[in-house]
Design a protein around this ligand. Sequence first.
Ligand SMILES: Nc1ncnc2c1ncn2[C@@H]1O[C@H](COP(=O)(O)OP(=O)(O)OP(=O)(O)O)[C@@H](O)[C@H]1O
Ligand SMILES: Nc1nc2c(c(=O)[nH]1)N=C(CO)CN2
Length: 180
Amino acid sequence: MAHLWIALGSNLGVRIRNLAYAVNALREEFVLLGISSVYETEPWGVEGPQPPYLNAVLHADAGDLAPEEVLERLERIEGALGRDPAEKGKFLPRPLDADLLLYGDVVWRSSRLVLPHPRMWERPFVLRPLLDVSPDVRDPLSGETALSFWERLREVDRGGIRRWFSAEDLLRLADLLRGN
Ligand SMILES: Nc1ncnc2c1ncn2[C@@H]1O[C@H](COP(=O)(O)OP(=O)(O)OP(=O)(O)O)[C@@H](O)[C@H]1O
Ligand SMILES: Nc1nc2c(c(=O)[nH]1)N=C(CO)CN2
C-alpha cells in the first residue's frame, strides 16, 4: 500500500462545494484513510489582494498508481472544476488546487513532479490541516515531523488560519452532492 497526502485549496466560486466535489472525485480514485477539517486561511505568498482560501488535507491509499499517475488524476479533477491549465504555477485565485504533498517516503524530481512537494513544510495552510490527519508524518529528506515544522512557524503565520468546517460536515456535504 502506498500512502499519499493531498492538499486541497479553493478561493474562487463556492469554495466548500469545490472541496466537496474534489473529495468525491478522490474517493473514486483512492481509498480515503483520513481527512482534515476545512480551514479558512489568509492568502499566503501571493502578490496583491486575493480572496481567502479554504484548505484541507486528505490522506489516502494510492493502490497501484505511480506518483505521476496520481498527479494526472489530480490535474483532471482541477480541470473538471474549471481550473485553467495556462494559469498553473502563477499563484492566481483558483476554484481548486490539488497538490501531491507526499507519496510515502518517495523522493522524486521530474519536470512534472517534485516530491515531497517543495514548499509544503513552510506553508501554514498545508501544515495546519496536515496536523489533523498525520502530525507524525516525516519529511523523507530531513526526517522532521509535520508537528515540528508547524511549531517552528512564526506566530503570525499560524494566526491567519481558522477552523471553518468539520471533516464530518465536509464528508456529509460530499455525500449530499453525490446524491447519497
Ligand atoms: N508535488 C506536486 N504536486 C503538484 N504539482 C506539482 C508537484 N511537483 C511539481 N508540480 C508541478 O507544478 C506545476 C504547478 O502546479 P500548481 O498549478 O499546483 O502550482 P501552484 O498551486 O500555483 O503553486 P504551488 O505548486 O506552489 O502550490 C504543475 O504543473 C506540476 O507539474
Ligand atoms: N492560504 C493559501 N494561500 C495560498 C494557497 C492556498 O491554498 N492557501 N495556494 C497557493 C498556491 O498553491 C498560494 N497561496
